[in-house]
Design a binder for this molecule. Structure first.
Ligand code: TXA
Ligand code: MG
Length: 324
């Protein structure tokens, strides 16, 4: 039993139309997609991920023209963001239309929408629309088990979800993700723009109100431990020797750090990205490689500047948090 590996959008749309799940490539991370109007398929997304049903899903559209199908009002600030950022790594939380099922929104009065930049995935949604004769959409959380590191290649999806998917499900291989961390999520209700999750869209470009603060409970990626490999992650400003009395003596340490940072003797270099964009793109694969190599610890030195630093620091902090 294994999901089929596909390379063509129409074949992927056919799987979705038949009620199957398809892991789809986006510019941020791979998403585990179900047709948004298929309640049984949507329920399976939660089961395959092992995700609590109270955590809402992002609805992915082929084009901004379908926003009104899902959102009952689109404030001017949101219209500006849509024109500026879509297709792209920005998710916008808007008041939902009454018909939008509670299974998608986690029972909230809002719905999270995004038009992804990866053309193959927009083609899949368009093709699904042609089959159904309606404005199609897919729900797609990141295609990983709940709490685990998000996938940035088709191989990562197979590795993490292969045994949970059926052979009637599929993975559409669209190559490695160009951005590598999840979309930025903004809430535009109440007239202010609030960042709920920093991500692939630069926060400074959202026009977010700095004083608006971040909302916590609606974002499962916001629970303390998330995006976590098995190895223990430590975030540091420079690679310092770990004290053996604190960490034990059988250490196998991996280092993720900007290009100019030297690797201490005996450590395994997992990534040496030249800037914040490369750092984001390589981060999740590096966390996975640490587990594949059986490393016990990962030291991560974040990049010092660039538009994606907030997202990188956020993911590293959560990868470093211990589940309790
Ligand atoms: O880049 C991404 O956003 C990827 C790709 C596949 O598009 N998707 C993704 O989905 O990261 P997921 O489910 O792993 O994270 C979606 C986040 C969750 O933290 C969820 O709580 C939040 O979006 N969310 C969804 N609907 C919401 C809503 N109505 N209000 C607030 N947050 C919402
Ligand atoms: Mg996720």
């Amino acid at each position: 039993m294994a999901p089929r590996l596909l390379t063509q959008a129409p074949a992927a749309a056919a799987v979705l139309a038949a009620g199957g799940l398809v892991a789809l490539p986006t510019e941020t991370v791979y998403g585990l997609a179900a047709a948004a109007d298929d309640p049984a398929a949507v329920a399976r997304v939660f089961a395959v991920k092992g995700r609590p049903v109270s955590h809402p899903l992002i609805v992915h559209l082929a084009s901004p023209r379908d926003v009104g199908v899902w959102a009952r009002e689109v404030p001017e600030s949101a219209q500006r963001l849509i024109a500026q950022a879509w297709p792209g790594p920005l998710t916008i939380v808007l008041p939902k239309q009454p018909w939008v099922p509670v299974e998608i929104t986690g029972g909230q009065d809002t719905v999270a929408l995004r038009v992804p930049a990866h053309k193959a995935t927009r083609d899949v949604i368009d093709a699904l629309g042609e089959v159904s004769g309606r404005a199609a959409a897919v729900v797609a959380p990141s295609a990983n088990r709940y709490g685990a590191v998000s996938p940035t290649t088709a191989a990562h999806v197979l590795d993490g979800l292969g045994k949970w998917l059926l052979d009637s499900d599929a993975i559409l291989d669209g190559g490695p993700c160009r951005i590598g961390v999840e979309s930025t999520i903004v809430d535009v209700a109440a007239g202010v723009i609030r960042v709920l999750r920093p991500g692939g869209y630069p926060i400074t470009d959202t026009g977010a109100d700095a004083g608006a603060g971040a909302a916590v409970p609606r974002v499962p990626g916001a629970v303390a431990s998330h995006y976590a490999p098995r190895a223990k992650v430590r975030v540091m400003d420079a690679p310092m020797r770990l004290r053996p009395d604190v960490v034990g003596d059988d250490l196998r340490i991996g280092l993720i750090a900007p290009h100019g940072v030297a690797t201490p003797l005996g450590w395994h270099r997992l990534a040496a990205p030249p800037d914040d964009r490369a750092y984001a793109r390589q981060l999740y694969a590096a966390l996975r490689e640490a587990d594949e190599r059986g490393l016990t610890d990962i030291v991560a030195v974040p990049p010092s500047d660039g538009p994606l630093v907030a997202a990188i620091r956020d993911r590293l902090r959560r990868a470093a948090a211990t589940a309790d």
